[in-house]
Structures are given as C-alpha cells and as structure tokens.
Design a protein around this ligand. Structure first.
Ligand code: ADP
Ligand code: MG
Ligand code: ZN
Length: 472
C-alpha cells in the first residue's frame, strides 16, 4: 500500500528590531558580554510592566501581508507557563487567544509544479535565554531573553520534504527582502510535525514533532527518515506510534524521543494582564501596507518589462541588496539591461573572487553609475571599468580620480596604441609566424602583450584592427 506524507511546520524567526519585545534593551546581536542587554523587565523581576514594541508589531503584520494572511486588528498577549532556567519569568509571553495574523496562503514550487500551503497563523512571542554548559555547572545568559520572534504555523499541507525545503527557502528570501528578519544562519528554527496515512485517506495519522531544526540538509534527512519510521511502525509493527516530541540526531541520522507531547492545558495559557491589547487601526494598517517593498515576483516582472532576461531578473530580484543597487542605478538613468550586465556579470564575479556574499555588497550607486556611464561614452574600456569597480567595491575609492591616478582612462591616442602594437609584434616573432601559417589563435599572445602594455585602457577592437592591418 502507498502512503502519503503529511507535514506541518512551525517556524520561528527573530524580528529585525532595535530593541526587545517589551523593554528598551538592545537585542542580543548588540551584546558584547553575556548578560549585557538585560533589565528588570526582560529578566522577569516581579512587578515590572512590559510595553509592547511597536516595530515588532509592524514587522509581524508585514510577514502576515507577505503570506496573504488576514490581519487581526485586535491582538493580545498571553502567558505560557513552564519552568526552565533560560526562562526567568517562568512563563513565556506569546499569543494564544488572538494571534496577530491568521488564515494565510502561500505557493510552493517543486519541479515546476505549484501547490498551495495554508498558513494557520503567525503569532508574536519572546525568545528564551541561552544556557551555557561547562564541565561542572551551567550558566545562563539572558541577552536573548525577550528578543521578539514570530512563529509562522502552517496547516498540515506539505506532502514531501522537497515542498518543505522549497517553502523554507522562499520564506527566508521573502522575510529578508521585506526587512522583517535577517534570517541569519541557524536563526530560522523549525519544528516539523509529521505523520503518514494511506494514500487516498482524508484522516490525519498520529503525528510526531521534531524540534528545533535549522539546517535545510538535516530537515530533509529528518523528514525522510521519520516518514520511514512511521511507515515501518504501521506496516511491520516495529513499534507503536505515539504523539510525542522528538529530536534529530545528526550523527546517528535518526530521531529520538524527547518527551511526550505537551497539550495546551499543560501550559496553562491565560491572558497576560500586564500587556495591553494591541489595536491596529485602519490608518496604522494602511501605513504598514504602504511601507511594504515590492515582492520578489513584482520585481522580476518589472525587470523583465525593462528588458532583462528571465535569468537576470531572477538573479537580481532574489537578493534584496542587489535589487536595491540595481534600482538605484536605474533611477540614475542607466539603461536596465546595461546595469544588470555590470552588476550580475562583473559585480558578482568580483564578489565571488573576493569571497563576499551578495547580501554584504556595499556599492555606492553614484559611483557605480559613473563607471557605467564612463564606459558607455568610451572614456574607459570595459576592462578598465571592471578594475575601477573592483576598487570601488573593495576600497570605496572615488572612481574618477582612481582612473586618473592609475592611468585607466581610455587611450584615444592612436599613435601610442600603434607603437605598442608594433612593439608587441616585434617581440613575438614566433606567434606571428604561427599566425601567418594558419594558426588563428597564435595572435592572442600578441594581442595579450599589447593589452598588458596598455593596461587594458585601449579598446580591444582597436588593438585587433591595428594588429591585423600591421601583420598583413
Ligand atoms: P499544537 O497546538 O499541538 O502545536 P497545532 O494544531 O498548532 O497543534 O499544530 C501544530 C503543527 O502541526 C501545525 O503546523 C499543524 O499543521 C501540524 N499538524 C497537526 N496535525 C498534524 C498531523 N496529523 N500530521 C502532520 N502535521 C500536523
Ligand atoms: Mg504548536
Ligand atoms: Zn530588558
């Protein structure tokens, strides 16, 4: 009998706010030492009154808008009680009764096929602290305590690990693009709920939940392994499936039970009387909507209408930083296709060589536009342009003075180019002989010698033309 895999995801991401969810402490990323960013409120001192971070609410709404959710304009916070040393208040403030976003829908694409995944809800909550274990003790660091998170809960709509991976990749780029979360390595954490059922069945099977997964490779392996365990349990009665929480062991490549699944009753959810309900009125909602960036697919569409190929449009739109730079130079009057060529061929080439991630590229669009314009007007060659672009990217030099100082302006002095080409011919008699004997490629050595001498400042076409004239 065939089985169908059923998966639902709960994904936690940290919001890109300046401060924590209920106090003005900076986030843990601004901390230098353990317990640097802690105050009475976020360390759970009794009697402290929390104040909701407005920016966190706005970012959560943006996430909801990106995932086509309904925004609950009346949203509240609740206490989820449990005891653990990384949770100083012994309860987490989260949203249980009136989560901020509900009923969303996103497309996932696998091998050219699109399926829709329902979003059950998005709620805002605070992160816990961090435990640091030493040989004989454990230490707590509260820097991360109360940093704002959103948890995005899907319906059990995924049918394969490939769909999950595709969803997570798209989610990450959407969240980064809209400035909702930086989604740093490992900072996007998922709980994977998984069950199997006979093909054609509408009834959900017993589910297990694999906690706290962040690497995509492990997520894929864990889902596939866990599915096999479920099917074996049903088909071969290797064990009895129970609803429980499990953890993935990346070395043993299997899941292990952690604890029985808690039920909502275990957490004693109740409205947090200290946190005022948040009302997002129509005006505020409109402001948040107006502040949303164009979506990736809107950007792709725009770029293609400006003449970029689909491949170029995808590459530029996929990375918010590249997209912003491209938009910046286009706004300065550079033709889109030309700008894309410089950014995606030369720019990305330079980044790759220097081990810089596209998201970390810092490129002043005025300087970039100057280079492209100078090359367009023939004031510098493409080659020289690439040299200046490298210097601008790596050292943020002023391109115009850099070109002058380094003699990179185009050699329009035809007499000089002629003399350099003549010298190159004279210095490479063997290559010339080979070329005359029919070895077309031999001329490249001579071309290269002339180009080197001119430091890439003359146009390749001119050198070629002179070479051919002078040899024949
Ligand atoms: P809980 O409150 O117990 O965490 P939820 O209803 O919020 O339960 O579901 C948590 C996640 O588990 C959701 O992503 C949901 O889609 C998923 N889920 C629920 N039932 C199943 C199931 N039988 N198989 C796979 N995933 C499931
Ligand atoms: Mg849950
Ligand atoms: Zn604080």
């Amino acid at each position: 009998m065939g089985y169908e895999l059923v998966i639902g995801l709960e994904t936690h991401v940290e919001l890109s706010t300046e401060s924590k969810l209920f106090c003005s402490c900076g986030g843990h990323s601004s901390a230098n030492e353990p317990n640097d960013c802690v105050c009475p409120a976020c360390s759970g001192m009794p009697g402290m009154l929390p104040v909701v971070n407005r920016h966190a609410i706005e970012l959560a709404v943006k996430a909801g808008l990106m995932l086509n959710c309904k925004i609950n304009q009346y949203t509240t916070f609740d206490k989820k009680s449990y005891y653990y040393p990384d949770l100083p208040a012994a309860y987490q403030t989260t949203q249980w009764f009136h989560p901020i976003c509900v009923e969303g829908l996103v497309d996932v694409e696998v091998a050219g096929e699109t399926r829709q995944i329902g979003i059950k809800q998005i709620h805002v909550e605070e992160d816990a602290g961090k435990l640091v274990h030493t040989n004989d003790s454990s230490l707590v660091d509260y820097n991360r305590t109360s940093v704002p998170l959103i948890e995005i809960v899907t319906k059990p709509d995924f049918r394969s690990s490939a769909e999950v991976i595709s969803y997570l990749k798209a989610l990450k780029s959407k969240l980064q693009f809209a400035g909702i979360s930086e989604c740093e390595e490992g900072a996007m954490r998922c709980d994977i709920n998984i069950s199997v059922r006979p093909e054609g069945s509408e009834v959900l099977g017993v589910r297990t939940e694999i906690k706290n997964m962040s690497s995509l490779t492990s997520i894929e392996e864990a889902i596939n392994k866990e599915a096999i365990r479920h099917i074996d349990a049903i088909e071969r009665r290797t064990e009895i499936l129970v609803q429980e929480t499990r953890r993935w062991d990346d070395v043993k490549k299997r899941t292990f039970p952690m604890r029985n699944k808690e039920t909502a009753a275990d957490y004693r959810y109740f409205p947090d009387p200290n946190v005022m309900p948040v009302v997002i009125d129509d005006e505020w909602l409109a402001e948040i909507k107006a502040d949303m960036p164009a979506t990736v697919s809107e950007q792709i569409e725009k770029y293609m209408s400006l003449g970029l190929s689909e491949k170029e449009a995808n590459a530029a739109a996929a990375e918010a930083n590249l997209s912003a730079i491209l938009d910046g130079v286009i706004a300065k009057g550079i033709e889109a296709k030309t700008a894309a060529g410089w950014l995606l061929t030369d720019g990305l080439g330079i980044l790759k060589k220097n081990n810089i991630q596209p998201k970390d590229l810092v490129l002043d669009t005025d300087k970039f536009a100057w280079i492209i314009n100078a090359a367009n007007k023939g004031e510098i060659t493409r080659n020289a342009g690439k040299t200046v672009l490298t210097a601008v990217i790596l050292e943020n030099v002023d391109p115009e003075s850099y070109c002058k100082e380094n003699n990179l302006t185009a050699q329009n002095d035809i007499e000089l180019v002629k003399s350099v080409v003549a010298k190159a011919i004279e210095n490479n008699p063997k290559a010339i002989e080979d070329y005359k004997a029919g070895k077309e490629k031999a001329i490249l050595a001579v071309f290269g010698a002339a180009m080197r001498e001119l430091r890439g400042t003359a146009s390749p076409d001119l050198i070629n033309k002179l070479l051919k004239e002078m040899i024949s």
